[in-house]
Design a binder for this molecule. Structure first.
Ligand code: PMV
Length: 319
């Protein structure tokens, strides 16, 4: 007996970091890049194999939620959710989502593990419950997450999210053409979030102003999505990047990619996710996408992916 499940990557369109402090943010699922999990019945204790994540096979104590390993914790939480006494078998994880690059790899792997265990058990785990379990793992292993990553990855819909507040699924009047360009620099969101927290402690009023400005950008961006105003949405994304620079979470490589995208005709561009590395996100038009993509590659991007948000799950990562 076997089972199979998956969950997508994600990108933050606007609002990262400020979302940790209660501001809204907008995130998009990247349905074309996924974490996949398979479950195979064996007569041995539950084992987790995730070669893509550069980890040795791990035997999981499903009775313990004290695990120092996020994937093991997710498996244990799911086993407990279903009230199982124990579980034998082998979970294999394969992921197309680059790790430590702001694309939601950790949340997607957790969601895929939760779903595959549910499916093997002959059940479905409701998104609301899965979201709660993945958030538990994020909290345990990623510092002080806002919850946006697990939410967009589990529901696989564009979201307008604020911590402890709104969760609205967005509909796009027109699709958004988006390029994601990878700086090739691995960066831990946890560290960037911790540094922002230090800044908040040292300069609370100044940080609060930046967060407020980002919050206003997110709300106006939502209107732009509702009314198909791509030109203004692009300006807002670029303004968001400048505020993220002020928060000290950009880096020269990300700034360089943002400038290259704008120079090549993108409507707007910014870092996406924790920053200090990972990806930038650029808003383009169907006609300008190839030229902007080429410029990003020439500017040093390791990989450039095209995704069309609001129009199914198209992704082209032919480079
Ligand atoms: O996981 P990343 O790198 O996409 O970043 C998540 C967004 C942050 O706002 C930086 C952190 C959070 O928990 O919301």
């Amino acid at each position: 007996m076997s089972a199979k499940a998956s969950a997508p990557g994600k990108a933050i369109l606007v609002g990262e970091h400020a979302v940790v402090y209660g501001m809204p943010a907008i995130a998009l699922p990247l349905s074309g890049i996924r974490a996949n999990a398979t479950f195979r019945a064996t007569r041995s204790p539950l084992t987790l194999i995730a070669e893509d994540l550069a980890r040795p096979p791990l035997t999981i104590d499903t009775g313990s939620i004290e695990s120092s390993d996020p994937l093991a914790l997710m498996a244990a939480l799911t086993v407990q959710y279903f009230g199982l006494e124990s579980l034998q078998g082998e979970i294999r994880v394969q992921s197309d989502i680059p790790i430590a690059s702001g694309l939601g790899s950790g949340a997607a792997v957790s969601a895929a593990i939760g779903r595959v265990i549910a499916q093997f058990h002959g059940a479905i785990i409701p998104n609301e419950a899965l979201n709660r379990l993945v958030f538990e793992v994020e909290k345990e292993h990623h510092g002080t997450p806002s919850g946006i990553d697990n939410t967009v990855v589990v529901y696989e819909l564009p979201v307008y999210f604020s911590k402890g507040g709104s969760l609205d699924f967005l509909e796009f009047a027109d699709p958004l053409w988006i390029l994601l360009a990878d700086s090739g620099i691995a960066s831990l969101t946890r560290d960037a979030v911790a540094d922002v927290r230090t800044q908040v402690r040292l300069a609370p009023a100044q940080s609060a102003r930046v967060f407020d400005d980002i919050g206003s950008i997110v709300n106006e961006a939502r209107d732009c999505i509702d009314y198909s105003n791509g030109a203004r949405l692009g300006e807002l994304m670029s303004a968001n990047h400048r505020l993220l620079q002020a928060l000290n979470v950009s880096c020269p490589e990300l700034d360089h990619l943002v400038e290259a995208a704008l120079h090549a005709g993108a409507l707007g561009a910014k870092l996406s996710g924790g920053g200090r590395g990972g990806n930038i996100i650029a808003l383009v038009e169907e006609e300008t996408a190839p030229a902007v993509k080429q410029c990003l590659i020439e500017a040093g991007a390791r990989q450039v992916m095209l995704t069309v948000a609001g129009q199914g799950s198209q992704i082209d990562d032919s480079d």
